[in-house]
Design a protein around this ligand. Structure first.
Ligand code: NAD
Length: 339
């Protein structure tokens, strides 16, 4: 039995986390869920954004499935998501982006994984007003931070028989910061002669992804570019409702979808639960429960391909609950058929 921290978050978080939990339970993997919460809903009730019990649960269980948490724009408190990633040094934000048959998008052959550095860059939160009308932000890139995310990308490429890693940068302009990231990539690549290093400037990367995404297998990049490219890539396969993710450190892993709290559809039972369900499947793989993870991948793929129980963002009219119920029924059928 596993003990896992479950953080529903806010916005659409509570609706989709509940469905992901039910889907994971349907695979038969026995999990004792330790539900704690952080974010706006908690603040409204308890006057605190991250109660101590969230930290306690994370430090005890070391693995969590988390819903999205809102961060106010332009003012207010710092991102709870960024805070957790930095506090627990969850340096690798891993986001697989894969075409799912049945979704009407221009490309059907996308199969790439983004390795986004998760703890530094412009997200260190050092900003100041120099004088009225002039603001500045610090961008921090370190050799240690760069090397470990690039290494993780190459190790993944090697283990999964991928032939190339694209390192995305803007070293033509940011010669010291992105220059350091690129220099680390060139050095690390030497140890992997069988893997091609693709060096791509971030603006060109956006165009390449939109024109010919299948040329990329593994993408390694800094925090901000990784954040932006993740949403771009999600759009290529059918939207944010589909793309899962993991925040991995040396001693903790928090699994969560790429998308945010989607306030525009919160509370409407309209959110696509796929991204958080697939984040749950990534969590099962991390726990060594590959067969159960595969069961979820297959069930999700079949339900989307059938097209009868899909949410509005995918062109259907199912609710969140209906889509996840269909996925659970599919899992139970596949299990009964011993697939
Ligand atoms: P968002 O990802 O919440 O939403 C962008 C668009 O995608 C919206 O139109 C939304 O309806 C749609 N969308 C997102 N998830 C969907 C789903 N599962 N099914 C169907 N449609 C979906 O991005 P945003 O609006 O820029 O951000 C909202 C809030 O979320 C902000 O406060 C932001 O800081 C926060 N955020 C949190 C996380 C996180 O917790 N890890 C990640 C990104 C953004």
């Amino acid at each position: 039995m596993y003990k896992i921290t479950l953080i529903p978050g806010d916005g659409i978080g509570p609706e989709i986390i509940e469905t992901a939990k039910n889907v994971i339970d349907a695979t038969g993997v026995v999990i004792e869920w330790d539900m704690v919460n952080a974010g706006l809903d908690v603040y409204a009730k308890e006057g605190i954004l991250i109660p101590q019990k969230v930290y306690d649960s994370l430090e005890k269980n070391r693995v969590a499935l988390k819903g999205p948490i809102t961060t106010p724009i332009g003012q207010g408190f710092q991102s709870i998501n960024v805070l957790l990633r930095k506090k627990y040094d969850l340096f690798a934000n891993i986001r697989p982006v894969k075409s799912i048959p049945g979704i009407r998008v221009p490309f059907s052959n996308i199969d790439l994984v983004i390795f986004r550095e998760n703890t530094e860059d412009l997200y260190i939160g050092i900003e100041k007003m120099i004088s009225p009308g002039i603001a500045e932000a610090a961008k921090r890139i370190t050799e240690k931070g760069s090397r470990r995310i690039i290494q993780a990308a190459f190790d993944y490429a090697k283990a999964n028989h991928k032939s190339k890693v694209a390192v995305v940068h803007k070293a033509n302009i940011m010669k010291l910061t992105d220059g350091l990231f690129l220099a680390c990539a060139r050095d690390i690549a030497k140890a992997y002669p069988e893997i091609q290093l693709q060096e791509v400037i971030v603006d060109n990367m956006c165009m390449q992804l939109v024109m010919n995404p299948a040329q990329f297998e593994v993408i390694a990049t800094t925090n901000l570019y990784g954040d932006i490219l993740s949403d771009l890539c999600a759009g290529l396969v059918g939207g944010l409702g589909l793309v899962p993710g993991a925040n991995i450190g040396n001693s903790m892993a928090i699994f969560e979808a790429v998308h945010g709290s989607a306030p525009d559809i919160a509370g409407k039972n309209a959110a696509n639960p796929t991204a958080v369900i697939l984040s749950g499947a990534m969590m099962l793989e991390h726990l060594g429960e590959k067969d159960s993870a595969d069961l979820i991948y297959l069930a999700v793929k079949e339900i989307i391909q059938q097209g009868e129980h899909i949410t509005k963002d995918l062109g259907g009219n199912a609710t969140t609950t209906e889509m996840s119920r269909a996925i659970i029924e599919k899992i139970l059928t596949l299990k009964n058929n011993n697939l």
